[in-house]
Write a protein that binds this ligand. Structure first.
Ligand SMILES: [Zn+2]
Ligand SMILES: [Zn+2]
Length: 158
């Protein structure tokens, strides 16, 4: 498998009804897939694909947002940001890590290039799980995000 090149920023996106528009204007920090049970519920799919980014580079351009604070069993909290009109999930803002924003890959206008550089909670992955052979695979939650960022930089040299 050949990884498509990263498109040049900004990465633009929005919700389904068109009210919310946003742009992410920096290099991603990681392209992660999470296979945990919470992410299956949240995405309504069998995994959650997310562009891990810098919150300062995420610009909310239009549309009213709603937030819901999810608390994990670990105590970790994250604000899940959606369009107030159509409910599409757009990005996550981890409460304990305010410099990060995790943008839902499916909310991008073009996610055709998105191949996860890392997968976490792989032991919960569904039967159709077929990671790219060069992706980092992690059981459970990594102790910190540095390993995910390092895997991304290895696959997409800065
Ligand atoms: Zn909407
Ligand atoms: Zn998850």
């Amino acid at each position: 498998m050949t990884r498509p090149p990263l498109p040049a920023p900004p990465h633009r996106g929005g919700c389904l009804c068109g009210a919310v528009r946003f742009a992410y204007a920096a290099r991603p920090l990681g392209l992660n897939a999470c296979h945990c049970m919470d992410c299956k519920k949240l995405s309504g799919a069998d995994a959650f694909h997310v562009l891990m980014g810098e919150r300062a580079a995420l610009v909310h351009e239009s549309g009213e947002l709603t937030r819901w604070r999810k608390r994990a069993d670990s105590g970790r909290e994250v604000d899940i940001v959606r369009c107030a009109a159509c409910g599409v999930r757009l990005w996550h803002e981890p409460v304990s890590a305010p410099t990060f924003a995790f943008i839902c890959a499916g909310a991008l206008d073009d996610s055709s290039w998105f191949v996860p550089s890392s997968h976490i909670w792989v032991e919960k992955a569904g039967a159709s799980f077929t990671p790219a052979p060069d992706a980092l695979l992690v059981e459970g939650q990594p102790p910190d995000r540095a390993a995910l960022f390092a895997a991304f930089d290895r696959l997409y040299p800065p």
